[in-house]
Design a protein around this ligand. Structure first.
Ligand code: SF4
Length: 359
């Protein structure tokens, strides 16, 4: 007998879930109750939803599920400030999510989520790129990562302050599921994370930046720029050959002007690749009169042979930007000891599986 595929509650906006519950002949408030159990209490087994009548719990279990991501493996940073998860999906694919604790308010944390299994963008310095592209994640598989990270090790969603779409994959190439997951994460009955505390990052899918601008979602947009000129960016982020810097900056400036929201410019500093004084000068020129903030991220050591510049070079790069009137800070790449560069835990798991480890 063909069992009908269950609907994962984690991928339903509340109004959609309410309609489905009403179709079952139940009152809409039941949907809000169940949503609360899943997102606020981390209960994913209907049997544990004690204020729902037992008959309804049984009917729910036939039609719905709430478990798209299962923690397969995790690694905790030496300073305990970051935890990286390898999460398995129903089809056996593995994705990564990271939980990063706030260094000032230790009870608060950010979850960094993946949006695709693998990635088609193929950035030169990225471990995920080496996997190639496998598939897009559903909205449930995106919100499910937040759920798995929040409730791991008896944790709760109470301290969840920010969600960043910066894990495996290019979010704007999985546009509909990303937008839907943002709405669910923001929903007061789900995780209730303010739109302003949600960041969607892109390697530069220019038309989708303009589409996102019209969603009326006051999230933060982050552009992974990494180079101030096309010749270098073509090599580092091959998507640049399709949407070059001029086209991208047009999209970013329009986004900032229309939404009134400051765009974050991510710039991974790689030793002897994009860290020259002349690169900083060009970057400052490019970003002049743009409502933006530059995050300089020293390269996380990976297997690709790239490395971070010396600290003095990083400060000099930043100072050139700041002296030119560009808002810039250096972000520490936390989690170096837990393989926190995207794609690294996945590769480690694949190696272990190939070696016959039971994971
Ligand atoms: S850096 Fe991001 S966009 Fe580029 S290949 Fe890696 S996952 Fe994809």
């Amino acid at each position: 007998m063909n069992e009908e595929k269950k609907i994962d509650i984690c991928g339903l906006e509340l109004n959609e879930f309410e309609s489905l519950i009403e179709e079952m002949g139940e009152k809409a408030f039941r949907a809000r109750q169940i949503y609360g159990w899943v997102f606020n209490a981390g209960v994913r087994d209907f049997a544990g939803m004690t204020d729902i009548p037992s008959q309804l719990r049984a009917r729910l279990a036939v039609r719905f599920s709430a478990e798209t991501c299962r923690v397969e493996r995790k690694s905790v940073a030496g300073d305990k400030m970051a935890v990286k998860y390898a999460l398995s999906l129903a089809d056996g694919n593995v994705i990564e999510a990271v939980k990063i604790y706030d260094s000032e308010k230790l009870d608060k944390y950010t979850v960094c989520v993946s949006t695709q299994v693998g990635c088609p963008v193929n950035c030169a310095f990225c471990q995920t790129a080496k996997m190639g592209f496998i598939r897009n994640l559903s909205a449930a598989e995106i919100t499910g990562q937040v759920l798995a990270a929040a409730f791991d090790a008896e944790g709760s969603a109470e301290g969840l302050s920010n969600v960043v779409y910066m894990g495996m994959g290019e979010p704007l190439l999985n546009y509909d599921n990303v937008v839907k997951s943002v709405k669910i994460i923001n929903c007061p009955k789900a995780f209730n994370v303010s739109m302003r505390k949600i960041t969607v990052s892109t390697a530069g899918v220019a038309p989708m930046i303009k589409k996102l601008m019209n969603e009326n979602m006051p999230i933060t947009l982050a552009l992974s720029l990494h180079a101030p000129a096309d010749a270098l960016r073509d090599k580092l982020v091959p998507l640049n050959r399709k949407y070059n810097i001029k086209c991208l900056m047009d999209a970013v400036k329009t986004y900032a002007r229309t939404t009134g929201r400051r765009v974050t410019i991510e710039y991974v500093l790689i030793d002897n690749v994009n860290d020259k004084k002349s690169d900083a000068v060009k970057l400052a020129e490019l970003l002049k009169n743009t409502l933006c903030h530059v995050n300089l991220i020293p390269m996380n050591k990976t297997e690709g042979g790239f490395s971070a510049p010396l600290k003095s070079k990083i400060s000099e790069f930043k100072n050139i930007l700041v002296r030119s009137g560009i808002n810039a800070t250096v972000r520490s790449s936390r989690g170096q000891d837990i393989n926190a560069a995207c794609g690294m835990l996945y590769r480690e798991m694949k190696r272990a599986r190939a070696d016959g480890e039971n994971i």
